[in-house]
Design a protein around this ligand. Sequence first.
Ligand code: AMP
Ligand code: MG
Length: 345
Amino acid sequence: MKPVLLHRIDSQNFEEMCRRGGRVIRCGGLVAFPTETVYGLGADALNPIAVDKIFRAKSRPSDNPLIVHVSDIKEAECITTNISRLAYELMDAFWPGPLTLILRRGGVVPDVTTCGLDTVAVRMPAHPVALALIREAGVPIAAPSANTSGKPSPTAAEHVLDDLAGRVDMILDGGMTEVGVESTVVDVTHDPPSLLRPGGIGIERLKEVIGDLKTEREVTGVPRSPGMKYTHYAPEAGVVLVKGESVVKTIQRLIGTYEGFGRRVGLILCQETAESFEAGERMLVFGKRGDPASIARNLFHSMRLLDRREVDVIIVDGSFDQKDVGLAVMNRLEKAASKVVAVKW
Ligand code: AMP
Ligand code: MG
C-alpha cells in the first residue's frame, strides 16, 4: 500500500502543491485532482506505462478510452491532426469548460490512452488546480474520473480516498466540485457532429454554436434501454428511479413495498417532493425541480452518503427538469438504476 497523500489546497500552498503534483505526473505517477466536473485520476497521457496504472487503479475495462486534458489549444494541436473549423469554434465557445471533443489522434499519443482508436478525446478543464497541474506537468494529462469503475463519480477528495486509497500517489483536495457530473462528449471528426454523452454543457447551448447535432440514438439507431444492463455510476444500494411529474404516490407505494420486505430505504428527492415526506437521515434533498445545476452538483455525493448510511435501496425522484445539465443527470441515473418506474397519468 502506498502512503496516502491528501493535500488540501489553499491560496498559500496552491503553487507548491501544483508543482509537486506536476512532478509526480512527469515521473510516471498518479495524481487525483479537482476539475469543475468531477475529480480526475491523472497520469502523463504520453507515457503508456503511467496510463496503464490508471486502468489498474480503477479496474477500468481496457477498451474504454481516456480523456486527455490540456491547458491550452496549442497543446490540443500537439496531440491531434486535422482539427476542423467547427471544432475550433466549439473550443472558442466552451473551453475551458465541461466539453470533451473527439478529434483525430496525433502520432505522439500511445495506444493505451485511446484503446487503439485513431481518435482521441480532448478537453481543457475550467479549474485553476487542474490547469496549473497540467502546466506544471508540462505534458497533457489523461484522466478519467477518480473512482473505482462502476461506482458514482467523486465530487469531493474524500470520495477519491474512499475508492483509491493506497492506489494513488497524491490527492489534491480542492473541495466539492462545481458541476458534479462529467463533461459533455461530442465527436467532431465528422459533420454534423454527434453527441456521445450528455454532460456539463447542455445540448441547447451546443446547438447555438453548431446548429445541427446528432444524438447517440440517432447515430446508432438503437434506443437506450435504461437500467437493463448498465452498472455505471452505481452505489452499493440498488437504485430505483421514479420518472414523471407526479411522483409522490408512487414513491410512497414503493417505500411501503420495500419496507414490507424488511429493506432499509433511502430517498433522494427534489425539494418539492420532499415536502410530502417525513425528513430523516435517510432522506436527502438534491435540489429544486427547476434547478438542474444544483441537482447535478449533489447527485453523486447523495448516493455515496446513503451508502454510508447503509440503506439497501435508494429511491430517486426523477421529476426534475431535464433541460441543460438535467439531461446528463437523467442519463447517469438511468445507467445507475436497477429499476426504472415511469409514472403515467
Ligand atoms: P470518463 O470515463 O468519465 O472519463 O469518460 C470518458 C468518455 O469518453 C467515455 O465514455 C469514453 O468511452 C469516451 N471516449 C474517450 N475517448 C474516446 C474516443 N476516442 N472516441 C469515442 N469516445 C471516447
Ligand atoms: Mg467515469
